[in-house]
Ligand binder design. Structure first.
Ligand code: ADP
Ligand code: ASP
Ligand code: MG
Length: 405
């Protein structure tokens, strides 16, 4: 019998009725002749509430304890779902990340799964049980509990699907599937029946919170069929994520906005070989995602170096950058928090200059200054002021929609 892995997000398990709805869907899948492994998130906004609680106790909670705390959210929903399934007369067992064999590295709050030992899940399936695994958590060699970063349950689901050689992995969420933009921010966003792994991976990295980027990476690497669909409308097929073999006409497939970034500038850095290496190598051990690096050529042997980092990392990295400034004699760093990254995504879009010029033209028309630009084969990103970002998102989406998005 083949295995289907289904993942249900926070809203999908946000109340007793919703947990019962999920239980019925899971049983339906089981009845249609499959083994089912379910991965659940914490109920509703439980994870946010747990973090708020921790901050009321401690202004900078120890990371180990924060992971201990956050991991409880998923354990509540997994046990309740197992009970709901049992109440409907089917056999179910819930497993924590540790019991499910989800082994990770030791980076609390952003751990990566490095292997899965699925034997306990397999044993339960052999007993014909429905297996429910807590999303978002794992364990380390030192038997510490880790979490995988916000939204990480998607990655738990795909990693388990790969480890079990499942037939497919279905991500059930609170919208119909993947849209051309966040449907909560752009009312005219369109549901995409298919999207390529590369495109949704890029969109996820650029702020489309619908998928955890690592989940897409894992699915692509292992050719795991992946579907994103609604918990509230089982009649809709949602979005299928596919491998695109032949490149069609370059086309914008999605527009994203990331407001959780900060721009850091280090002015007047001496212009000499090895200086960028010195700055960025000092950040290696902090495990921070640096993006959009820009070096402005100044006069008199000095440059400005700017880059963006996730908002959540800013406090951690400032002391290291200040130490660099002191060492090389640059000017004090400038930190700008009211910025946002607006991006367009689509395979091959940078090969058609009409697309880039269309984007920049639209932003210009709105009277918005572009502070930084970065491109790859599949995306163009602009850093703009945050207070104009929402308007820019809608207008840029409309522009590409009219022009064949
Ligand atoms: P879950 O708890 O099910 O994992 P998430 O909140 O993590 O749900 O992800 C679903 C949300 O992602 C949607 O409610 C939507 O607001 C947001 N989202 C952002 N970009 C997109 C997009 N391009 N397509 C669909 N949803 C998106
Ligand atoms: N509960 C976690 C979060 O809110 C993980 C997830 O939902 O995927 O980020
Ligand atoms: Mg999510």
């Amino acid at each position: 019998m083949d295995i289907i892995v289904q993942k249900y997000g926070g809203t999908s398990v946000g109340s007793v009725e919703r947990i019962q709805n999920v239980a019925r869907r899971v049983i339906e899948t089981k009845q249609s002749g499959h083994h089912v492994v379910v991965v659940v998130s914490a109920m509703g906004d439980t994870t946010d509430q747990l973090i708020t609680l921790a901050r009321q106790i401690h202004k900078n909670p120890p990371k180990r304890e924060l992971d201990m705390l956050m991991a409880t959210g998923e354990q509540t929903s997994m046990a309740l779902l197992a009970m709901a399934i049992d109440e409907y007369g089917y056999k179910a067992v819930s497993l924590t990340g540790y019991q499910g064999g989800i082994h990770t590295d030791g980076y609390f709050s952003k751990a990566k799964i490095d292997s899965i030992d699925p034997h306990r899940i397999q044993e339960a399936l052999e007993k014909d049980q429905i297996v429910i695994v807590a999303g978002f958590q794992g364990y380390t060699d030192a038997l510490e509990i880790t979490t995988l970063g916000r939204g990480g349950s998607d990655t738990t689901a795909v990693a388990i699907a790969v480890a079990l050689n499942a037939a497919k992995c279905e991500i059930y969420t609170d919208v119909l599937g993947i849209y051309t933009a966040d449907p909560r921010m752009v009312s005219t966003a369109k549901l995409l029946p298919t999207i390529s792994y590369d495109e949704i991976l890029e969109m996820a990295k650029l702020g489309a919170g619908v998928m955890h980027p690592r989940s897409v990476e894992l699915a692509r690497k292992n050719n795991m069929p992946l579907v994103v669909r609604s918990t509230f409308d089982f009649t809709n097929d949602g979005t299928e994520i596919i491998e695109v073999k032949e490149m069609e006409k370059a086309q914008v497939r999605g527009v994203t906005l990331d407001e959780d970034i900060v721009r850091i500038s280090v002015p007047n850095v001496p212009d000499r070989p090895g200086i960028a290496y010195k700055l960025f190598s000092s950040l290696i051990n902090l495990n921070v995602h640096i993006d959009m690096i820009l070096q402005n050529l100044n006069h008199d042997g000095f440059n400005d170096i700017s880059f963006t980092v996730p908002l959540e990392d800013i406090d951690r990295i400032i002391p290291t950058i200040e130490a660099f400034v002191d060492e090389v004699g640059a000017s004090p760093i400038l930190v700008k928090k009211d910025v946002a990254k607006l991006s367009i995504v689509g395979t091959g879009i940078t090969s058609d200059v009409k697309i880039a010029s269309g984007l920049f033209g639209k932003i210009y028309e709105l009277g918005i200054n572009i502070e930084m630009i970065s491109t790859s084969e599949i995306k163009i990103s602009c850093i703009i002021n945050q207070n104009q970002a929402q308007q820019a998102l809608e207008e840029v989406h409309r522009y590409f929609e009219v022009n064949g998005l």
